[in-house]
Design a protein around this ligand. Structure first.
Ligand code: HEM
Length: 168
């Protein structure tokens, strides 16, 4: 009788340990690891968009206003804007830059290729004019106190649409 009991008890204990306790421990450990990973993710500082780093809508407004004041004072490129409604243009540029800098996407204007095609074909828009625009963009950002590293980042973004603007 005692032998029969022993023959039953040991496999039973083994069954309880392997079948119930070990899986419970493993599940607990997995759950803890998952919770720790989630907590770590939640604490990670979110990389702010360029739009937010610059100061959001107010900063873009100020930048575009200063930028076009400079552009229209530049005898070499102001001719391109002679037939342009500058209030609408500034609004489009604000929406475009907001989108490019990672802010809300409300841009409904033309893409860069279509938007400048007539300027290339009818007025000879080329690299020399593009360079002037970059100089004004850089000066605008410096005037607003944007740091050199951030200015370099923005100029690189602006330069990335050069081939589209110049339709090539
Ligand atoms: C980083 C480079 C540039 C960007 C991001 C840019 C952005 C824009 C945007 C968003 C528009 C509105 C498009 C539309 O009408 O839907 C536009 C139009 C215009 N852009 Fe540019 N542009 C750039 C370079 C230039 C350059 C180099 C010139 C000339 C010097 C220029 C002259 C104009 C003019 C005159 C218009 C208005 C055209 C019209 O009234 O029909 N842009 N640009």
């Amino acid at each position: 009788m005692e032998q029969q009991l022993t023959a039953f008890i040991y496999p039973f204990i083994l069954f309880v340990v392997l079948g119930v306790i070990v899986p419970m421990i493993l599940a607990g450990a997995a759950d803890k690891a998952r919770r720790e990973a989630a907590a770590e993710e939640a604490n990670k500082p979110v990389e702010k968009s360029l739009y937010d780093q610059l100061g959001g809508a107010a900063a873009i407004d100020a930048a575009v206003n200063i930028f076009y004041r400079r552009v229209l004072a530049d005898a070499y490129i102001k001719v391109f804007f002679e037939g342009t409604d500058m209030t609408r243009q500034a609004a489009k540029q604000k929406a475009f830059l907001t989108m490019v800098f990672g802010g809300p996407n409300n841009y409904t204007g033309m893409d860069m290729r279509a938007g400048h095609k007539h300027l290339v074909e009818k007025m000879g828009l080329n690299d020399s004019h593009f360079e002037h625009v970059l100089v004004h963009l850089r000066a605008t950002l410096a005037e607003l106190g944007v740091g050199e590293a951030k200015i370099a980042e923005i100029i690189t973004i602006a330069d990335s649409v050069r081939d589209d603007v110049l339709n090539r």
